[in-house]
Design a protein around this ligand. Sequence first.
Ligand code: SAM
Length: 243
Amino acid sequence: MKIDILTIFPKMFNTLNESLIGKAQEKKLVEINTVDFRDYTDNKHNTVDDSPYGGGAGMLLQAQPILDAFDALENKDIKKRRVILLDPAGKKFDQKMAQDFAESDNLVFICGHYEGYDERVKSVVTDEVSIGDYVVTGGELAAMIMIDATLRFVPGVLGNNVSAYDDSFSNDLLEFPQYTRPAEYKGMKVPEVLMSGNHELIRKWRLKESLKKTFLKRPDLLENHQFSDEELVMLKEIKQELF
Ligand code: SAM
């Protein structure tokens, strides 16, 4: 996968050279290309912003440098390309969107600043996306969150035996509680079943704990969940145990 990022703060993306995403780049599973669209301004002072027509506070990013930087990208004709505008007014990013983005050959992220963009930037955009109902200073941190979450679904990025499809939210459920050594710490014991070696019992325990945690902490996630017969029985038990 190729990821192009249009930004006026390319150095912020050095963070993506660390950890799993850094390794994914070394393994050539992803190529990350940052483009400073200030290099594409058509004025001698290299300004990328101007005041809004109609008045009002703050400055807006102009369409010209962003659209010229976009036009200069390689592989414009690539089929599975998504052009993502980071915008608090966009659709809220979630695990399903990350999974969907991971199917693309090329993701282009356009990072805003100041009070946002000239509306005409949207002429090349396929997806307007938000990280949540709050406002941050620029689109860079939002883009990094989306890139990290998306790359977890690209085969090979997480390494063998680990799948983003098992993570919280991938199947509408939160992840079950996990433990590692020692078996007892300050009087707190690891549940016996996890040390039993009985894979079927462990699977059932984990599924039930996942359901319980989701029911208690994020019942909204269960609203569209397609319950299996096994899960329906477990949910009934959970309700009886709790109430
Ligand atoms: N005036 C804008 C508004 O009220 O919607 C906010 C502009 S914000 C200070 C500057 C840029 O940060 C935005 O253009 C966007 O690229 C990015 N940004 C801020 N909050 C965001 C969010 N929740 N999700 C995605 N991007 C965000």
